[in-house]
Design a binder for this molecule. Structure first.
Ligand SMILES: Cc1cc2nc3c(=O)[nH]c(=O)nc-3n(C[C@H](O)[C@H](O)[C@H](O)COP(=O)(O)OP(=O)(O)OC[C@H]3O[C@@H](n4cnc5c(N)ncnc54)[C@H](O)[C@@H]3O)c2cc1C
Length: 546
């Protein structure tokens, strides 16, 4: 039987904070509309919103946070996919592009995607930053100038080397790559006293993952910030070139339907941090000025394809730290603006996500599920946004005001998909796989590298045939000091509105070419520190080291 929160040996910082008097209002419980005033209103509590909230609260500003999802804590994280996906993810982890060809994972809870992410931590690669400098005029975004911000967030979030040995799923990537002379390396993680369980995607049950849920948000709340949960920012209201209010909808306990009550927020400054897709959607819904029609455009996904492999020995890819080995070989062996490159990693496998990602049905699918414990998986993250043939997708609004992403996959990107499936199959055979299954509706299991190579080269690369997924949504509110190229300046300020900023992954003018969380932490720490100085006239605060 599950232990009650009070009898758990694991300290729960959220329950302790609530007991100490944090100002947290669950909008599903409101029986009347609410008005609230603040210096700064922040929409979203994920990577960008969390970092911004802590820095502004430390600067002595009165902060109000608005979050569409619920406030959950370690006592709620039971390592059950069936509970975690509906409670913690956008659209119950079933968000898709309009044509249903790409599955998109994004968080929807206090902490955003950081509550459910897999802890891989990389600084923004230098060649991505050089591309931004050259093509988007982001002159102060060099590896050197951002380095102090990355260092600051690495210290704050305990980002560092992972001391335990990689699990078998990751070690197979290391061994297969080594056999072929392909360089691979260890991934840094944002964890503190991690139990090496492997269920990060369902919320960390031991509070080891240094997500926004257990770091920056508690810190902001302890400094007097107010948090509204189950509260959807519906529209920003404008007068001239200023935002004068934010109108929010209270959602019911399940977080799905409006209760009929509204929350009206009035602030001196507003920070949109709802994440890619949702941030441009809020701005589109509000009718924010967008003379160049840039809002929602250039939305990137790191389109991700998967290759499964069967082994005689158990792999148990659900157990142990999720992603600890990577290879950038196929990013580094071609020019950033040449043929599309890809990063290789070994994702965690859990039965529900595995069953719904693998192709096939009926007896064949059941047979594959029986091999779950013996299955190894690799994924390839394609680096989109650096070529005219990979200019990303476009967010628009459906009739009910909710967002939808169109992401057409060009022949240029499909060619990268084919090459990525080849690279992964070759590594898997080199690691000793007895069969490799490229995740594609028309693919079979192949028992030799030769057979796999022939088949992968002959597959039809079309939407819904090749399984494409994404957990890295970026762009849609492009950052550039040239208003013709971007709607937000290099200081995170919305060009057309004096008191509006965007601080999240939607700022990126291309994809990152690496898992994005640390890029968001470092860049929004820089932007929030600048904003703190603008609003207080004082130097920015230093972050606590906890
Ligand atoms: C399963 C999974 C695994 C991942 N693994 C990794 C990894 O290992 N390493 C890595 O670097 N990255 C990883 N990522 C990606 C990374 O977590 C995200 O890129 C990052 O958290 C995005 O930060 P953000 O601030 O842009 O948005 P988010 O963190 O997604 O936060 C946005 C928040 O805003 C809220 N919101 C949106 N719209 C509204 C609205 N209208 N009103 C109120 N609230 C709103 C959302 O509910 C959400 O809580 C992973 C993501 C997922 C889903």
């Amino acid at each position: 039987m599950a232990k009650s929160a009070s009898s758990s040996p694991i300290p729960d910082p959220i329950q302790a904070g609530l007991a100490s008097g944090w100002k947290v209002i669950d909008a599903s419980t409101l029986v009347a509309d609410r008005e609230v005033e603040a210096d700064v209103a922040i929409i979203g509590t994920g990577a960008g919103g969390g970092v911004t909230a802590e820095i502004l609260a430390l600067a002595g500003l009165k902060v109000v946070l608005v979050e569409e999802g619920p406030l959950k804590s370690s006592k709620d994280f039971k390592m059950h996919e069936a509970e975690a996906y509906p409670e913690l993810y956008q659209e119950s982890a079933a968000r898709k592009t309009r044509d249903k060809a790409i599955n998109i994972l994004q968080g929807r809870n206090v902490g955003g995607s950081t509550t459910v992410n897999w802890t891989s931590s990389f600084r923004t690669p230098g060649d991505t930053l050089s591309y931004w400098q050259k093509n988007f005029g982001l002159n102060d975004y060099s590896a050197e100038s951002l380095s102090p911000w990355f260092t600051m967030m690495e210290q704050r979030l305990h980002i560092g080397a992972w001391a335990a040995a990689p699990n078998e799923n990751n070690d197979l990537l290391r061994r297969g790559a080594a056999q072929l002379g392909i360089p691979a390396a260890a991934i840094q993680r944002n964890v503190k006293a991690c139990w090496n369980l492997g269920y990060c995607g369902m919320g960390c049950p031991t509070n080891a993952k240094q997500s926004m849920l257990v770091t920056t948000i508690p810190s902001a709340l302890a400094r007097g910030a107010t948090l509204f949960t189950r509260t959807r920012a519906d529209k920003l209201l404008f007068t001239g070139d200023k935002v004068h209010g934010l109108s929010c909808v209270a959602l019911n306990e399940r977080g799905l339907a409006p209760t009929g009550h509204r929350i009206h927020v009035r602030a001196k400054h507003y920070v949109v941090a709802g994440g890619a897709i949702n941030s441009p959607a809020l701005l589109l819904r509000s009718g924010a000025p967008d003379p160049q029609h840039l809002l929602g455009k250039r939305t990137f996904l790191h389109p991700t394809v998967i290759s499964a492999a069967l082994h005689d020995k158990k792999v148990d890819a659900y157990a142990g730290a999720p992603q600890t080995i990577y290879s950038d070989h196929f990013l580094q062996t071609q020019a950033i603006d040449g043929a599309i490159g890809y990063k290789l990693e070994a994702p965690p496998l859990h039965p529900l996500l595995f069953a719904s990602t693998m192709s096939g049905f009926g007896v064949q699918h059941a047979a594959m599920m029986k091999q779950f414990a013996h299955t190894h998986a690799l994924l390839a993250l394609l680096r989109d946004g650096f070529h005219d043939e990979s200019c990303g997708g476009t967010v628009s609004l459906q009739d009910d005001g909710s967002p939808v992403l169109d992401y057409p996959i060009s022949a240029f990107v499909w060619d990268g998909v084919r090459r990525a499936l080849l690279s992964m199959a070759e590594i898997q055979f080199a690691a000793g796989a007895k069969a490799v299954y490229p995740v594609h509706e028309e693919a079979d299991g192949y028992s030799s590298w030769n057979a796999a190579r022939k088949a992968i080269n002959a597959l039809a690369y079309e939407p819904l045939k090749t399984r494409v997924v994404s957990a890295h949504v970026m762009g849609g509110c492009t950052m550039s000091d040239d208003p013709k190229q971007g709607i937000v300046s290099s200081r995170g300020r919305y060009h057309e509105l004096a008191n509006l900023s965007v601080h999240d992954g939607s700022l990126f003018p291309t994809s990152i070419g690496a898992n994005p969380q640390l890029s968001i932490y470092g860049i929004t720490a820089k932007l929030a520190s600048g904003l703190a100085t603008d609003l207080t006239g004082k130097p920015p605060p230093s972050l606590p080291l906890l």
